[in-house]
Design a protein around this ligand. Structure first.
Ligand SMILES: NC(=O)C1=CN([C@@H]2O[C@H](COP(=O)(O)OP(=O)(O)OC[C@H]3O[C@@H](n4cnc5c(N)ncnc54)[C@H](O)[C@@H]3O)[C@@H](O)[C@H]2O)C=CC1
Ligand SMILES: CC(=O)C(=O)O
Ligand SMILES: [Mg+2]
Length: 372
């Protein structure tokens, strides 16, 4: 198969779909890998490193898209990239379609086979291609939140851990999955007063076993959410209903009742955000204020630590990239129901039910659509 790796073009996005070591795994198996010039420069890989791994370097994205049978990326394709997709071409990347009608429309129109990292599943009820970036974003959320609380960013002017004789900040983590657990780990480590809310009792048990008395673990009801959000200095939004738009658990009313200078880091922004007041921001201009509450809503947080993130992402994606290249998409998907769950759009049909429901498209059975 001819596998193409374009350079990412989202704001301050320095990750890359494949590191040279992953390229070598494909070229050793007889596949052709074409990489856009400078695609890996943000994480310290020169074109020569890719050439040494057996790749060919193409000057621009247009030639990579024109030649490749499968495009491997990190972030959802931007409008100019969507325009380069074609019927029958495989796109393997994060998509986050439910809150993104224009992207969905373009992918449907393209006729491409669009497999989303974030809806690929595993045997343990997890999301193995989302998990590594959620670990990164969860850990980063506390760094971002600590900065948002600084006075120069219009925050309350609080240190997360306080100092002897002065109370620490109250950090409220909504959603105790990959993001939430990693976020709580950092917040506890910095000495903050941490509360985690989730509505899955098994998740609550496991969080309690991990954090013991270093974090409060609370069942997430509307009442509990309101109480803890209003009392918080920093709220981390880490909820997810896989494939679906994020539930708006932080309402406009909660925001108006929060303390002036409190902060929200809405990690779930890539699925539309879990605060009614959230709108996506960029690393260049990450925060804005609503009702005196600082909002950080960067949809590609791991892009800021691209070296850590690219390696972590590639460790997870490589087996699937190899499977798609070796078997072709039909066999790879039909052989592996977990990869099939990643299929969101094929030949103009939406096969992810949450996306179809969120955006009012008919839903098609994935296996039937693949066999067609
Ligand atoms: N902004 C960014 O750069 C990044 C964003 N993300 C996003 O972060 C979000 C969370 O991802 P993960 O932690 O991997 O998901 P996860 O599936 O591991 O955890 C989500 C948790 O939310 C809980 N939840 C669902 N509804 C809830 C409710 N009403 N109240 C409280 N908890 C609730 C679930 O029980 C689950 O434990 C996703 O939208 C993901 O795409 C992930 C990585 C980077
Ligand atoms: C998951 C995601 O949105 C990211 O890593 O950018
Ligand atoms: Mg207020």
């Amino acid at each position: 198969m001819i596998v193409g790796v374009p350079k990412e073009i989202k704001n301050h996005e320095y990750r890359v779909g494949m590191v040279p070591a992953s390229v070598r795994e494909l070229t050793q198996r007889g596949h052709q890998v074409i990489v856009q010039s400078q695609a890996g420069i943000g994480i310290g890989f020169a074109d020569k490193d890719y050439v040494d791994a057996g790749a060919e370097i193409y000057a621009d994205a247009a030639s990579v898209f024109a030649k490749a049978e499968m495009i491997v990326k990190v972030k959802e394709p931007q409008a100019v990239e969507r325009a380069m997709l074609r019927q029958g071409q495989i796109l393997f990347t994060y998509l986050h379609l439910a809150p993104d009608a224009p992207q969905t429309e373009d992918l449907v129109a393209s006729g491409a086979i669009c497999i989303a990292y974030e809806t690929v599943t595993d045997n343990h009820g997890g999301l193995p291609l989302l998990a590594p970036m959620s670990e990164v974003a969860g850990r980063m959320s506390i760094q971002a939140g600590a900065q948002a609380l600084e006075k120069s960013n219009q925050g309350r002017g609080m240190l997360l851990g306080g100092v002897p004789g002065v109370e620490p900040a109250k950090v409220v983590v909504i959603g105790g999955g990959m993001v939430g657990r990693n976020s709580a780990l950092m917040a506890v480590g910095m000495g903050a007063d941490v509360t985690i809310l989730d509505r899955n009792v098994n998740v609550l048990r496991s969080l309690n076993a991990q954090f013991e008395n270093r974090a409060k673990v609370i069942y997430s009801t509307a009442e509990a959410l309101e109480k803890h959000i209003i009392e918080a200095d920093l709220v981390i939004g880490g909820v997810l209903i896989p494939g679906a738009a994020a539930p708006k658990l932080i309402t406009r009313d909660h925001i108006s009742k929060m303390k002036a200078g409190a902060a929200i880091v809405d990690v779930a922004i890539d699925q539309g955000g879990c605060a009614e007041t959230s709108k996506a921001t960029t690393h260049q201009d990450p925060v804005y204020i609503v009702d005196d509450v600082v909002h950080y809503c960067v949809a590609n947080m791991p892009g800021a630590v691209p070296r850590t993130s690219t390696f972590a992402l590639n460790n997870a994606t490589l087996p699937y990239i190899i499977s798609l290249a070796e078997k072709g998409y039909k066999q790879a998907l039909l052989d592996d129901q977990h990869l099939m769950n990643g299929l969101n759009v094929i030949d103009g049909k939406i096969t992810c039910i949450e996306v179809a429901e969120a955006l009012g498209y008919p839903h098609h059975d994935a296996a039937t659509a693949v066999k067609a």
